[in-house]
Design a protein around this ligand. Structure first.
Ligand code: ATP
Length: 382
């Protein structure tokens, strides 16, 4: 394990911001810290960077305690939302900044600037002025600047946050590829030897296979976290609610917060009424489920995944069906999100379903019948 943070706790003015957060990051791994605004993501990143100190908790890199190591000796790279480039320097000067600080020889600086610009898709941009570049290009320059000294760990705080949606989506895919093809210290991409003496620890990393840049990526955007990270940590109010591979998190959210934060809003109170087969009672009806977890938990909700719905051409009331009024259809390209208002024992409930664009919606019917796929229903903790 490269980085280990244990029970990190932090308060500002008596307000608890981090409440015992532990995380580990393996060499070459990209870990995303995902959570709503104010949950403590940036504070945790700043503590790892050394820009802030924890009240309680341990932080180590390769087993070395980081608490006494100042920011500039940690050998970490950082990328922020606002790029923080020098506006009056050209691209090459910006990218070479960290290398100059580390007293790299001029010829090696030039060589590295060329290779790192190539890596981020900006080959030949050396002499361009920063203010001439688009937002996406500027962010790639910022990334190149952070990658140039082959940091031991790269910390990224909402690096795509200020870009428009189309550009963000494009860069999302590129960023993962760049991080996976950029090596950390002593890796093939960065083997120039000389800067090893400029880093706080040297030698231990040399000669390793290329495994990508070890990175911690802060975002509040679930799509971004899923697209870029190997592993995602979902944070809420200073704690980690759940962590896992993007696929596992999406398919097995442990609780209602995680499900909602990952965009799954169809949650209704549930009570188990049968165990063989497993069935639950909810305000919108009784349903059968495949899942056999959480049977002993009292406070549960039924998660109806957006993919769960199958439109029944005729009105019907069979097992695992519900009826609702078609409230809204939102076109999203390959699919549409259909909102149904479903009468329930506790007032009306809005449920959202995703349907392929080619599915015919019976828009002329006052009430639509939807059958729920048993495999797309699951129980989560409230
Ligand atoms: P966002 O996505 O909005 O940046 P975040 O999850 O990164 O949010 P943090 O920036 O870590 O959250 O902030 C967590 C809480 O700590 C917030 O309530 C914030 O106001 C508070 N906070 C952060 N830094 C300081 C500080 N230096 N002094 C006082 N309070 C702070």
């Amino acid at each position: 394990m490269l980085l280990e943070a244990t029970e990190i706790t932090k308060s500002f003015d008596g307000q608890s911001v981090l409440r015992g957060v532990s995380l580990s990051v393996a060499r070459g791994e990209i870990v995303a810290l995902l959570g709503p605004s104010g949950c403590g993501k940036t504070t945790l990143l700043r503590i790892i960077a050394g820009l802030e100190s924890a009240d309680v908790g341990n932080l180590s890199l390769n087993g070395q305690d980081l608490s006494k190591l100042p920011v500039h000796k940690r050998g970490f790279g950082m990328v922020f939302q606002d790029f923080a480039l020098f506006p009056h320097k050209n691209v090459a000067e910006n990218v070479a900044f960290g290398l100059r600080m580390l007293n790299w020889e001029k010829s090696l600086q030039k060589e590295r600037v060329t290779s790192v610009l190539q890596l981020v898709g900006l080959a030949g941009f050396e002499q361009r002025q920063v203010y001439e570049l688009s937002g996406g290009e500027q962010q790639r320059v910022a990334l190149a600047r952070s990658l140039a000294p082959s940091p031991r760990l790269l910390l990224l705080d909402e690096p795509l946050g200020s870009l428009d949606r189309a550009l963000r989506e494009r860069l999302m895919g590129q960023l993962r590829t760049i991080l996976k093809s950029a090596g950390g210290r002593g890796l093939p991409y960065g083997v120039l030897g000389v800067r090893e003496v400029n880093h706080p620890t040297s030698g231990a990393d040399a000669g390793r296979q290329q495994i990508g840049m070890t990175s911690i990526y802060v975002t509040h955007d679930q799509e971004e976290a899923f697209a870029i990270a190997d592993r995602v940590l979902v944070m809420n109010a200073g704690r980690i609610e759940q962590q896992g591979l993007p696929f596992d998190l999406y398919h097995q959210p442990h609780n209602a917060f995680v499900a909602r934060f990952l965009g799954m809003d169809n949650l209704v109170e549930a009570k188990i009424v049968g165990r063989d087969p497993l069935s639950v009672r909810t305000p919108v009806g009784d349903f059968y489920l495949d899942q056999h977890q959480l049977l002993e938990v009292d406070d549960i909700q039924l998660l109806i995944r957006p993919e769960a719905g199958i439109i029944e051409p005729q009105r019907g009331e069979g097992a695992n069906t519900l009826q609702g009024k078609l409230e809204n259809i939102s076109f999203r390209g390959r699919h549409r999100i259909v909102t149904l208002t479903v009468p329930s024992a506790k007032g009306q409930v809005n449920l959202k379903f995703a349907f392929d664009t080619n599915v015919i919606l019976p828009t002329d019917q006052p009430m639509i019948t939807i059958r729920l796929k048993q495999s797309e229903l699951m129980l989560v903790r409230s």
